[in-house]
Design a protein around this ligand. Structure first.
Ligand SMILES: NC(=O)C1=CN([C@@H]2O[C@H](COP(=O)(O)OP(=O)(O)OC[C@H]3O[C@@H](n4cnc5c(N)ncnc54)[C@H](OP(=O)(O)O)[C@@H]3O)[C@@H](O)[C@H]2O)[C@@H](O)CC1
Ligand SMILES: Nc1ncnc2c1ncn2[C@@H]1O[C@H](COP(=O)(O)OP(=O)(O)O)[C@@H](O)[C@H]1O
Ligand SMILES: [Mg+2]
Length: 277
C-alpha cells in the first residue's frame, strides 16, 4: 500500500494565474441535507467554497435555505425536489456531490434516482453518506459518470457486502473493481482505490481529533473543490484532497483536543496557500 505524501499535494495545489476568473475554477453542486441533517450539506458546500471551487450551488430541503444563506452567502441554493431546476443545473456542473445528510426516506430515494438519471458521463459524481446506504439497500444501478464513493467502514460493509472486520485491501479492491469507480474507504487510516490502477493508497495523516460528526461531509466538499479547479491528474487530485483534510486537522490538533469540521473548513485557504508557495 502506497502512502500519500505532502509533496504530491504540493504538485496539485498550484498558484493561480492572475488573469483567471471564477469560471476557471469549476462549478459544484452539493445535494443533500433533509430537514434533520441540514448541517451536513452546509458543511459539504462550505468545504467546496473554502477549498476554492469557482461557483457552488446547494440543492437541499427548503428548511435549510435560511441557515445556508446565513452561514455561506457565497453559495446559491435550490430545492432538491425541484426537478425542473435540477435538470437545468446538472448539465452545467463539473462536480456533483450527493448524500451528506440526504437521509434514506422516499424523498431521498427520489432525489437520488433523479440525479442518477440526469448525470453525464464526463461529470464527477461523489456519492457519500445516505446515498451510499440507498445504493446498497435499493441495489441501484450506477449511472455512467466519474464516480467516487466515500464510505466509512459501515457504509462500505453495506455497499460491498464485506463485514467491517474482514475489510482487507485485497477484498476491498476486488469489489471496487466490480464497481468500476473510485472508492475511498474512510477510517483511522483511510484507503483509496482508484479505477485503472492496481496501486492502493493509504492516507498517513489524521487522528482521533477528527472523530466527530460532519467530518466526512467536510471531506466531500474538499474533494469537490479540488476536482473542480485543479488540472493535475485526476487520481493525484483525489489523493491530495484526502491528505489535505487530515493534514489540516493535524495542524490544528497540535493545540486542540478535537478539530471540528467547520474549523478545518476555515483553515483551508491558509493551508492551500502554504502548499502552493
Ligand atoms: N450535522 C449533520 O447534519 C450530520 C449528518 N450526518 C449524516 O447522517 C447520515 C447518516 O450517517 P451516519 O454515518 O451518521 O450513520 P450510518 O450510516 O448509520 O453509520 C453509522 C453506523 O456505522 C457504524 N460504523 C462502523 N464503522 C464506522 C466508522 N468507521 N465510521 C463511522 N461509523 C461506523 C456505527 O457504529 P457505532 O457508532 O454504533 O459504533 C453506526 O452503527 C449521513 O447522510 C450523514 O451525512 C452525519 O454526517 C453526522 C452529522
Ligand atoms: N480516529 C481517526 N483517525 C483519523 N481519521 C479519522 C478518525 N475518525 C474519523 N476520521 C475521519 O473523519 C471522517 C469521518 O467520516 P464520516 O464517518 O463519514 O463522518 P460524518 O458522516 O459524520 O461526516 C473520515 O474522513 C475519517 O477518515
Ligand atoms: Mg459520512
Amino acid at each position: 500500500m502506497q502512502q500519500i505524501t505532502k509533496s504530491l499535494v504540493q504538485q496539485v495545489i498550484r498558484p493561480r494565474t492572475q488573469e483567471s476568473h471564477k469560471g476557471n475554477f469549476g462549478r459544484v453542486l452539493t445535494i443533500g441535507g433533509n430537514q434533520n441533517f441540514g448541517g451536513a450539506i452546509i458543511m459539504s458546500a462550505s468545504a467546496a467554497v473554502y477549498s476554492g471551487a469557482g461557483l457552488v450551488t446547494c440543492a437541499t430541503a427548503p428548511q435549510n435555505f435560511v441557515s445556508l444563506h446565513a452561514r455561506l452567502p457565497e453559495a446559491m441554493v435550490v430545492d432538491y425536489q425541484d426537478e425542473k431546476k435540477l435538470a437545468e443545473l446538472i448539465p452545467q456542473m463539473d462536480v456533483i456531490v450527493i448524500g451528506p445528510g440526504l437521509g434514506t426516506d422516499a424523498t431521498a430515494l427520489a432525489v437520488l434516482k433523479f440525479v442518477f438519471a440526469q448525470v453525464r458521463p464526463q461529470q464527477n459524481l461523489i456519492i457519500d453518506g445516505s446515498a451510499i446506504t440507498l445504493v446498497a439497500q435499493e441495489k441501484l444501478a450506477l449511472p455512467q459518470a466519474q464516480i467516487i464513493f466515500t464510505p466509512h467502514q459501515m457504509e462500505w460493509q453495506r455497499l460491498s457486502g464485506i463485514p467491517v472486520t474482514q475489510q482487507t485491501p485485497t477484498k476491498n479492491q476486488a469489489i471496487q473493481q466490480k464497481l468500476a469507480a473510485t472508492v475511498i474507504v474512510k477510517s483511522h487510516r483511510t484507503e483509496i482505490y482508484l479505477p485503472d490502477s492496481t496501486i492502493m493508497w493509504q492516507n498517513p495523516v489524521g487522528s482521533a481529533a477528527m472523530a466527530t460528526g460532519g467530518m466526512g461531509d467536510c471531506l466531500t466538499g474538499i474533494l469537490a473543490g479540488f476536482l473542480a479547479q485543479f488540472s493535475a491528474d485526476r487520481a493525484q487530485t483525489i489523493l491530495a484532497a484526502v491528505y489535505t483534510h487530515s493534514a489540516i486537522s493535524d495542524q490544528l490538533a497540535q493545540k486542540q483536543y478535537v478539530t471540528l469540521p467547520t474549523q478545518i473548513i476555515a483553515a483551508l485557504p491558509k493551508y492551500m496557500a502554504e502548499m502552493a508557495s
